[in-house]
Structures are given as structure tokens and as C-alpha cells.
Design a protein around this ligand. Structure first.
Ligand code: PRP
Ligand code: URA
Length: 239
């Protein structure tokens, strides 16, 4: 497997990407507006199974989907509704249905499981795939795949990606979505590091950010600690 502990001997030419970079504390970022961190016991239970290094890929993927469904439920609390007249077996009544125009953007690869869980809660969504890969040396995100449609008729899009580490991938993804002119954007993630959460909230103060957990910090390699390791590799078995 890849070295993610940040303990490898330093090569002569490049230092570890997060070495010496100051990071905010959890308490500092907890004050940020529009940041929502899950506090539900079911989420805490599933997060513990997910973090465990002995959880194998099939179960890990299943947990990512389940956490994606729980996050979708939390993050859609203010979706627009429209009235819908129906007949129950007893009488007519006025109900409500989601107004529609909802999109989800999985940031490949690791966002795929989260998007799947989102769709189990809200099946009627457009799925806009976006491939971003972070260079392990520079931690810069690079776009390699983009299936965002040019005709846009959505009211809200949720960018989903399990790990908010340096925030580079999330900031770029939201920039790409903003260029499509969507009125409302949100970010959904499983684990955030204080550093990435602060950068995302400062770069995009107009979006809501929903995460299942806020961890301690990034290590010198840019991995979240305690974290869960590499979310893409653990879903797809590519160690
Ligand atoms: C991981 C993760 C995020 C990104 C987070 O993806 O899924 O997309 O890194 O790091 P950042 O906040 O520092 O940008 P990775 O590039 O490893 O690709 P993968 O999903 O294909 O595994
Ligand atoms: N991407 C991951 O998958 N895990 C981390 O800890 C950081 C980035």
C-alpha cells in the first residue's frame, strides 16, 4: 500500500506537502457559519465501523452508501415542496412532493458510494459525474472527467466526496459547478479536517457544508487523522 503515515524518509528534492503548514483547531472551525456536523448516534456507530482498518471493501462500500443516505436526509431538510392533491383510501387530501430540479455530483472515484446512498433517499436526481484526482506530491486536484450537462435546469446540486482533506478538490468542484449557474450548492462529505473545512468555507461562504465527522488534523502527507485511510482504495479494493 501507499505510505500515508508521513513517516517515509524524505527524498532530496521535495518535502512532505503538509509539513510545517499551520492548521486551525477543531474549536476554531466549529464557529464557522453554514457548517453542519452530524451528531446522530446511528451515524457515530456507522462511522466507527467505517474507520476500523479491519473493515473489508464490500462492507466499507455498503457503509459509505448508508452514511450517504443519512447525510442526504440531513442535508435536504430545507428542500422546496409543491402541493399534491391525492386520494387516500378514505378521502381526498393535500400532500406535498419535492419540487424537483435536484442534482448530485459524485467526485470520482470516492464520491460514487455516497451518491448511490443519496439516490436511495431521493431517487429522482440528475447525476453529474466529475473526475478530480489529487496529485499526492503537490496535493493539487486535477480534473480528468466531466459529464456536467450544458443545459442547466436545477435548483440545487449537492457535491459529494467522502474526504475533505486540504479542501482543494472540494473548492475546485464547487468552482466548476458555479460556472454552470446553479442557484444553490451544497457539499456533503464523511470526514473533514479543520484545515480543509476552513478553506472550503472561506472560498465558498455561500454554500452549506454537511459532514458526518470533524477530525483532528492532516498529517504531513495530507491524510486526515484519525481518519479512515484512502476512501477510494477502501471502497474499490485497490490497495
Ligand atoms: C481523495 C478524496 C478527495 C480528495 C480529498 O480523492 O476522495 O477527492 O482526495 O483531498 P483534498 O481535500 O486534499 O483535495 P483521490 O484524489 O485520492 O481520488 P480517488 O477518489 O480516485 O481515490
Ligand atoms: N483522501 C483520502 O481518501 N483520505 C484522506 O485522508 C485524505 C484524502
Amino acid at each position: 500500500g501507499r505510505d500515508m503515515l508521513g513517516t517515509s524518509p524524505q527524498g532530496g528534492k521535495s518535502k512532505l506537502p503538509m509539513q510545517g503548514v499551520p492548521q486551525p483547531t477543531r474549536d476554531e472551525v466549529l464557529k464557522l457559519p453554514r457548517v453542519h456536523i452530524s451528531s446522530h448516534p446511528v451515524m457515530a456507530h456507522k462511522m466507527t465501523l467505517l474507520r476500523n482498518k479491519n473493515t473489508p471493501p464490500p462492507q466499507f462500500y455498503q457503509l459509505v452508501k448508508e452514511i450517504g443516505s443519512l447525510l442526504a436526509y440531513e442535508a435536504t431538510e430545507n428542500l422546496a415542496l409543491e402541493k399534491s392533491e391525492i386520494e387516500t383510501p378514505l378521502q381526498s387530501t393535500t400532500g406535498y412532493r419535492l419540487a424537483g430540479g435536484i442534482g448530485v455530483t459524485p467526485i470520482l472515484r470516492a464520491g460514487l458510494g455516497l451518491a448511490e446512498g443519496f439516490r436511495q433517499v431521493i431517487p429522482d436526481v440528475q447525476v453529474w459525474h466529475l473526475g478530480l484526482r489529487r496529485d499526492e506530491e503537490t496535493l493539487q486536484a486535477m480534473e480528468y472527467y466531466n459529464r456536467l450537462p450544458h443545459q442547466v435546469d436545477l435548483q440545487v446540486v449537492y457535491a459529494v466526496d467522502p474526504m475533505l482533506a486540504t479542501g482543494g478538490s472540494a473548492i475546485d468542484a464547487i468552482n466548476i459547478l458555479k460556472r454552470r449557474g446553479i442557484p444553490r450548492l451544497s457539499y456533503l462529505g464523511i470526514i473533514a479536517a479543520p484545515y480543509g473545512l476552513q478553506r472550503l468555507a472561506q472560498a465558498h461562504p455561500d454554500i452549506d457544508i454537511y459532514v458526518a465527522a470533524l477530525d483532528e488534523s492532516l498529517n504531513d502527507m495530507g491524510y486526515i487523522v484519525p481518519g479512515l485511510g484512502d476512501a477510494g482504495d477502501r471502497q474499490f479494493g485497490t490497495f
